[in-house]
Design a protein around this ligand. Structure first.
Ligand code: SF4
Length: 455
């Protein structure tokens, strides 16, 4: 990517408003008063092709539904999408729409997986001392109190556990809300004084009941060595109506944040927006409520082909997040999970986008571009690779503070490579040779452990 790309100075202020949902046949007579409630959104969430047909009717041709049904049969995640998100899709061109791309898999767009992809590519289950708790970094743990979300993202890293079972994955790990399971996690946290920081994720914190938000938040804040809580939710993108109309839930979250403040600790929200089109006027209104209550919100984005893999889209996303008071925190390179190869980008492409994003706004509002390494090395600054071979698409990372002495690999999508290199990836011995070369160039001695299994 060469030259200057600069998002127009006012574009990030222009947030979609009005009653745009009325363009969809099922919602044409739905008032703002009704549409802008979490109960309407939850009751009309679409979880099957038949339900989508009821919403859209003839807005899309019959071939679209057939393509979607075939895509779902070949996807790791079940279908689940809110009326809010459905209304934000440009149905005159759904094939290229950045919101459709993230949540509705079309068979015609799916690509063959890279041979090195893995379910649970981050190795979370390996670092899980009790079910639903991952303890990888010394002072931080990931707590998964629930295994459902208000939306199911095609690209979910946790497709091994999140959402309904699918043909693609088979029977998933079950992490339903359970006080007994949570107590086991709390007991582990209490017995590890090195833990200071707990991410409450899932699944999605939006799917926890108000009472459970408070129970979990207060219980964790009561542990003396816990200093920081993060409630992780994609809800602000999927269902911002909840912040405005589910007063019990928003009040519970507020009480946890206030209690943290009283104890001189912090409790914040970490959210997830990928396309600037997900940030609309009701997002701003929901964020205004959180801002007035002093609740900090940070965003973790996933870099995705067709969604945000251009300097302009990423700049606009970063600026628009800032405009509604969400701090852009991370941009993740796409995890190496199966079934979503059409969404991955190369490391080189992401590094170029990062170059165009840095400098667009203040440094503290500029996200770090990171690779969450396969096999559990944790997040690494994408620039910190020990070696990157753009020809074979292999990057090598180390993670001395998380898994000292190990080497971690990231692979560009095959489509980004020359045809002769793609052919080499088809052959197991050639794969091994290319990876060995990359490791040698990176300085790995023979026999050094490599965290990702080479097939
Ligand atoms: S909201 Fe998060 S946990 Fe839920 S499906 Fe999407 S990425 Fe996965």
């Amino acid at each position: 990517m060469k030259g200057n790309v600069r998002v127009e100075s006012e574009a990030h202020h222009q947030l979609k408003s009005g009653e745009y949902w009325r363009d969809l046949p099922a919602f044409e007579s739905v008032s703002a008063q009704e549409f802008e409630t979490h109960l309407f959104q939850q009751r009309h969430t679409v979880t099957s092709v038949a339900q989508l047909r009821e919403v859209l009717g003839k807005v899309v041709p019959e071939s679209f539904y057939a393509d979607l049904a075939a895509g779902i049969a070949n996807a790791p995640m079940a279908l689940r999408i809110s009326p809010h998100l459905l209304s934000l899709i440009d149905w005159s061109a759904p094939e290229s729409d950045p919101i459709r791309l993230q949540f509705l898999p079309l068979r015609s767009g799916q690509k063959a997986d890279h041979p090195m992809l893995q379910l649970d590519s981050l190795g979370e289950r390996k670092d899980s001392p009790v079910p639903g708790l991952t303890h990888r970094y010394a002072d931080k743990a990931l707590f998964l109190p629930v295994d459902s979300c208000p939306v199911y993202c095609r690209f979910c890293t946790r497709s091994y556990a999140v959402g309904a079972d699918t043909e693609f994955v088979g029977e998933k790990l079950k992490l339903h809300a359970s006080l007994q399971r949570w107590e086991n996690a709390f007991a582990y946290i209490e017995s590890h004084p090195e833990l200071e920081d707990i991410v409450i994720s899932g699944g999605d914190s939006f799917n926890l009941k108000a009472d459970h938000i408070e129970l979990i938040g207060m219980r964790l804040l009561g542990i003396p060595h816990i200093r920081r809580l993060r409630f992780a939710t994609k809800g602000l993108s999927v269902l911002p109506q909840k912040i405005l109309s589910d007063h019990r839930w928003t009040d519970s979250l507020t009480r946890v944040v206030e209690q943290a403040r009283k104890l001189h600790k912090t409790a914040v929200v970490h959210t997830h927006f990928n396309s600037p089109n997900e940030i609309v006027d009701i997002t701003r209104r929901a964020m205004n409520v959180l801002v007035e209550r002093g609740i900090t919100v940070r965003c973790q984005t996933v870099l995705q082909a067709g969604v945000n893999n251009s300097a302009r889209a990423m700049q606009l996303l970063v600026k628009r997040l800032g405009h509604v008071n969400i701090q852009p925190y991370y941009v993740y390179f796409h995890d190496m999970v199966p079934g979503v190869e059409d969404l991955r980008t190369s490391l080189g492409e992401g590094l170029s986008i990062e170059k165009h994003v840095r400098g667009v706004t203040a440094g503290f509002h500029t996200p770090a571009f990171v690779v969450d390494t396969m096999g559990g090395g944790g997040k690494r600054d994408a620039h910190s690779h020990e070696h990157y071979d753009r020809e074979t698409g292999i990057a090598v990372f180390t993670s001395p503070s998380v898994k000292p002495g190990q080497w971690f690999l990231y692979f560009d999508p095959l489509e980004s490579l020359a045809p002769d290199i793609q052919a080499r990836w088809e052959i197991a011995t050639e794969r091994r040779a290319m990876i060995d070369d990359a490791l040698r160039e990176a300085g790995a001695g023979s026999g050094d452990p490599v965290a990702c299994a080479v097939r």
